[in-house]
Design a protein around this ligand. Structure first.
Ligand SMILES: [Zn+2]
Length: 242
């Protein structure tokens, strides 16, 4: 009896030893492959693909009002009039949206592309502004140096003006010397009593915007008008809030 049992035990032992590593290797490989597949899936799905598909501005009439975020995901938004953090100290927009005329949108996207090549992007404080909001602003600051008289309307009311700054790749705003809607000489383009870095930041914004057809006003470093959209009609529609 003993002579039969011993070789059997040895055979079972060797069989077990031989099979074990194979069994261990197979699942390990599968897990590795699975992990790599998941990782590839994650890295291949950039942030840009999140949300609904972008629309194209091709064939959109230049004078049509468009919601900018439907056409690009490369902008940053900090719509001040949808908060109480503005010179009115009142929330005058029901929700934060940036609407402009299609021709303004095209020029903004081109300017932003230029800036992104240098590691920056445009952040918005304000875009199209309904005419009624312009009237409200005029009641508080009836000074044409800072607020356009609603009698003739602001280019913001026409969908051709934007209030912007620049942010770096981490989303931090560049130092422009004053905050948005700072009504004083320090916000003027011709005020040079600022650190070189601030002057360089303002210059980068101004030169890029001018290259894409925008012009600035002397008293506000953040305000840009698109030349070709400046003569549009004053509008007063309110955008939908989801
Ligand atoms: Zn403005």
């Amino acid at each position: 009896m003993k002579k039969i049992i011993v070789p059997l035990v040895i055979v079972i032992f060797f069989t077990a030893c031989k099979e074990k590593p194979e069994k261990r290797t197979a699942p390990a490989e599968s897990v590795k492959e699975a992990t790599e597949t998941i990782r590839d899936t994650v890295t291949e799905k950039p942030e840009k693909e999140a949300g609904p598909a972008l629309l194209s501005l091709d064939g959109v009439e230049d004078t049509a009002f468009v919601r900018l975020r439907d056409y690009s995901r490369d902008f940053v938004y900090d719509m001040k009039y949808a908060t109480e953090d503005n010179f009115l100290k009142t929330k005058v927009y029901d929700c934060a949206e940036c609407y402009v005329r299609a021709q303004t949108a095209k020029a903004l996207i081109a300017a932003n592309r230029d800036l992104m090549e240098q590691g920056y992007r445009i952040k918005f404080f304000d875009c199209y502004r309904p005419h009624d909001v312009q009237k409200k602003m005029w009641e508080i600051v009836p000074n044409p140096q800072y607020v356009a008289n609603p009698a003739k309307g602001s280019i913001h009311n026409k969908g051709g003006a934007v209030d912007i700054t620049l942010v770096d790749t981490d989303g931090n705003a560049l130092d422009m010397g004053t905050g948005f809607d700072f009504f004083g000489k320090e916000a003027h383009h011709d005020y040079t009593g600022l650190p070189d870095e601030v002057l360089a930041n303002r210059r980068l914004l101004k030169e890029t915007m001018e290259k894409h057809g925008f012009w600035s006003i002397r008293t506000e470093w953040w305000h840009y008008n698109l030349t070709s959209a400046s003569n549009g009609k004053v509008a007063n529609f309110r955008w939908e809030c989801e």
